[in-house]
Every structure is written in structure tokens, then in C-alpha cells.
Design a protein around this ligand. Structure first.
Ligand code: NZQ
Ligand code: ZN
Length: 392
């Protein structure tokens, strides 16, 4: 096990009706005037935004609405938000939504106190040293942004989708009412489930040995997610299953499943090129295609973790070679993604063709370096191409 620091200070307030506590919590964390960041209108339609606003008013907190954040959020809304916050003298950023609203809110939060272009942080030109406080009211269990210090934004000029990690962006608190997730369309629920599983896989596939506790946490979580997902897909109004899925999304990505080991994240980087190039592709849909392809490549080239996953999570018998076991596990995973979650299987289903692979490979290496070392398997252009080809 490697040395590690685990610090995950977000206050999670979970359960039925907890959005009524938003105002009090904003006050507790020093907010006096709040920017309410939200998406295309689901929170208006469900009445959640009004309930949050009522709670703010009750606590004596002013607010300004800032809606229209699209899935796979873009830089132009960040610039707009930064300007609005400066003009209005806002001191607290509160996204009400999913990863897209939350990540935009985080980008605004780091952009406001910075004199240059907020994008400098995402391309590594500048380091975040301060941010306005951010808290969240979560509406979709998926990206895990409610408990992470990460934000992912696409720059329209060049369609570059890049992530930024900084402790300054970790939410002060997150309000999580599972009932709110009952209005999610089935495909969005499913994309979210794929995403949270992917966040666990990215940490599980590691060359660091002897991290048995972290492995077992990850495996237990995966088993629970698969079981609860089946219930949610069959009965979207099942509160208990919704609650279990919602909490899973948070602990899948708040760092717990990564302690003591090197993490991989190459599949996420490969997926970000997919949903970066075509912003109609949901992150979870891209992952449902890329992860099994990545695992299939790894079954041949570095099979040990895939074999362990197959045995411990998918109940594959411990006989045959590691590669054989890993491949059987991948079949089970695909069965779940396609059979239960109704996910796409190929890049073609997402609108890509063989000729697009050059561009995906080019952008991946432009954003991550010629060769990426120190991960589960060294990523050269040949490796990246081979995985995209399996996914096609
Ligand atoms: O925009 P509205 O109208 O709100 O509709 C949204 C949107 O269309 C809808 N939705 C959300 N909650 C709902 C609802 N509809 C009905 N009822 C509800 N309760 O769902 C759609 C998707 O929302 P979005 O916020 O885009 O989803 P998600 O949470 O999956 O976020 C995806 C983004 O997060 C990034 C992804 O790359 C993608 O850009 N990620 C962020 C990470 C992070 N910050 O740590 C890590 C992830 O790996 C990921 O990369
Ligand atoms: Zn993800």
C-alpha cells in the first residue's frame, strides 16, 4: 500500500426533504448572496429550484439565478457566470443539478478571484490558489462532483474537454434527496450508474499491490450498485434503491476507493475525447462503450486485476488463465450494461466511424502527452488506437 492523505471534508446532508436546509447551511458557511447555477430546466419543472429559493429567503440570503447549463458544459457559460458574479457582488456559488451545473459552478468559483483567463487552470498554465465557496444540491447520481474537487469543462474553440482538480473546489456541503432523482429519465439514470462504476474501475485497475481493504471497498460497492441498479431500472420510484444508488455515486468518487494506490483514469481521458468531439454523447454512454474495450485490451496485456474483478464481483470461477477469467468478467459487465442499463455497445452507435479514430487518438495524445506512463498500462498511440478500434 502506498502512503496517502485522505481528506474529504464535504458535509453531506442526505434524505427526504433535506433541500429545506439549504438556506441555513449557506448561512453557516458564510454565504450572503448566492449564484444559483442550473441546467436546462428540470429543476424548474420539478419545483426544486423554488423550494431551494424559499429556503434561502427564509435564511435571509439573497440569490441570483443563472440557468441554461448544457450537459457536457462549455466555457462560454463560465465566462458569463464569472462576469455576473463580479457585477452582482455574489459570495457563494450554489449549483442545483448534476455534474454539468456543478462543474460550471466550480469553474466560476475559481475564475472569479483570478485576474487571467479561468481556462489557464484547465490547461495547466496556472495553479488554483483561491476560490469562492461552492456547495451543491444534487439531482443526479453520476459524476460524483458533489463530493469531488474536480471540474470538467469543454472549450468550444477546438472542442477540448479538460478536467481540473483542486481542493479549493471541493463543495462545502452537498444536499442529497433521493426523491429528487425519481424524475430522471431512464437513460440518464443508467448513464449515471455507468459513470459511478467507471469511477471505481479507474481506481481498481492499478499496479499497486496489497491494497486489500481498498479493493474490498470497491468490490462491495460495485456489487451493491449492480443489485440496486436492477431495482431502480425496474422500479424508478423505489426510494430505498434510489437512495443506495445516490450515495454510491458519491463514495465512488470522493477518493475513498483510491486510497493507498496509483489511479489510472485513462478510460475517462479516452471518453472525454468522445464526448468532447460530439457533445450529444452523454459521458456515461461513452464510458459504457470505452470501458469494456479498454478492459478487453487489458485482459491480454495486463490481466491480473480484470481476473480478480471477474471472480470477486461477477462470480466467475477461479479456473483457466487470468486472461480467460478477465474476458468472462467483461462479458458479464457488458450483459449488465446492455441488458439492464440499455447502454450502447459501440462507437458506431454513438455516431463515430473508422475515419474518426485518427482524430480521437490525436486529441488524446495532444491532451495527455505522446506516451502516458505510470498508469495500469503505458498508453502509446498504438495502444490508444487499438482500444478505440475494439470500441468501434
Ligand atoms: O439540464 P437539466 O434540465 O437539469 O437536465 C439534466 C441533463 O439533461 C438531466 N437531469 C439531471 N437531474 C435531473 C434531470 N432530469 C430530470 N430529473 C432530475 N432530477 O440530466 C441530464 C444530465 O445532467 P448532467 O449534469 O450533464 O449529468 P452528469 O451528472 O452525468 O454530469 C455529466 C458531466 O460531468 C462530467 C462529465 O464529463 C459531464 O460533462 N464529469 C465530472 C466529474 C467531476 N466533476 O468530478 C467526473 C466525471 O467523471 C465526469 O467526467
Ligand atoms: Zn466519469
Amino acid at each position: 500500500m502506498n502512503n496517502f492523505t485522505f481528506f474529504s471534508p464535504t458535509k453531506f446532508v442526505f434524505g427526504r426533504g433535506v433541500e429545506s436546509r439549504t438556506g441555513g447551511l449557506c448561512k453557516q458557511f458564510g454565504g450572503t448572496k448566492v449564484l444559483l447555477v442550473y441546467g436546462g430546466g428540470s429543476v424548474v419543472k420539478s419545483g426544486l429550484l423554488s423550494r431551494v429559493e424559499a429556503s434561502l429567503t427564509e435564511a435571509g440570503i439573497k440569490y441570483v439565478e443563472f440557468g441554461g447549463i448544457q450537459p457536457n458544459p462549455i466555457d462560454t457559460k463560465v465566462y458569463e457566470g464569472i462576469e455576473l458574479v463580479r457585477k452582482e457582488g455574489i459570495d457563494f456559488i450554489l449549483p442545483v443539478g448534476g455534474g454539468s451545473a456543478i462543474d460550471t459552478a466550480k469553474a466560476i468559483a475559481v475564475g472569479v478571484p483570478y485576474n487571467g483567463d479561468f481556462w489557464d487552470f484547465y490547461v495547466g498554465k496556472a495553479k488554483v490558489t483561491s476560490a469562492l465557496p461552492v456547495a451543491t444540491v444534487l439531482t443526479i447520481p453520476a459524476a460524483g462532483s458533489e463530493g469531488s474537487g474536480d471540474s470538467v469543462i469543454t472549450k468550444i474553440d477546438g472542442m477540448n474537454k479538460l478536467g481540473l482538480g483542486s481542493e479549493h473546489m471541493r463543495p462545502k456541503f452537498s444536499i442529497m434527496n433521493p426523491e429528487i432523482t425519481m424524475t430522471l429519465p431512464a437513460n440518464q439514470t443508467a448513464y449515471g450508474i455507468v459513470d459511478m462504476m467507471a469511477h471505481i474501475f479507474e481506481r481498481y485497475f492499478t499496479n499497486t499491490r496489497d491494497v486489500e481493504v481498498t479493493d474490498r471497498v470497491a468490490e462491495g460497492l460495485l456489487i451493491a450498485i449492480i443489485n440496486e441498479a436492477k431495482k431502480v431500472m425496474a422500479d424508478p420510484m423505489n426510494y430505498e434503491a434510489r437512495a443506495n444508488i445516490m450515495w454510491s455515486g458519491t463514495i465512488a468518487h470522493n477518493g475513498l476507493c483510491g486510497v493507498g494506490r496509483q489511479e489510472d483514469w485513462m478510460t475517462h481521458c479516452m471518453e472525454h475525447e468522445v464526448s468532447g468531439l460530439n457533445d450529444k454523447v452523454a459521458h456515461g454512454a461513452g464510458l459504457a462503450v470505452i470501458f469494456p474495450a479498454w478492459m478487453t485490451f487489458m485482459a491480454k496485456h495486463n490481466p491480473y486485476k480484470g481476473a480478480q474483478l471477474a471472480e470477486r464481483v461477477f462470480g466467475i470461477e477461479a479456473k483457466g488463465t487470468e486472461e480467460e477469467r478477465a474476458l468472462k468478467g467483461i462479458e458479464k459487465l457488458k450483459e449488465f450494461f446492455v441488458g439492464t442499463l440499455k447502454m450502447p455497445k459501440t462507437l458506431r452507435e454513438l455516431g463515430f466511424e473508422a475515419k474518426d479514430i485518427d482524430e480521437l487518438v490525436r486529441k488524446f495524445h495532444q491532451n495527455n502527452g505522446e506516451t502516458v506512463e505510470g498508469v495500469y498500462y503505458t498508453m502509446t498511440k498504438e495502444v490508444t488506437r487499438a482500444i478505440y478500434e475494439i470500441a468501434l
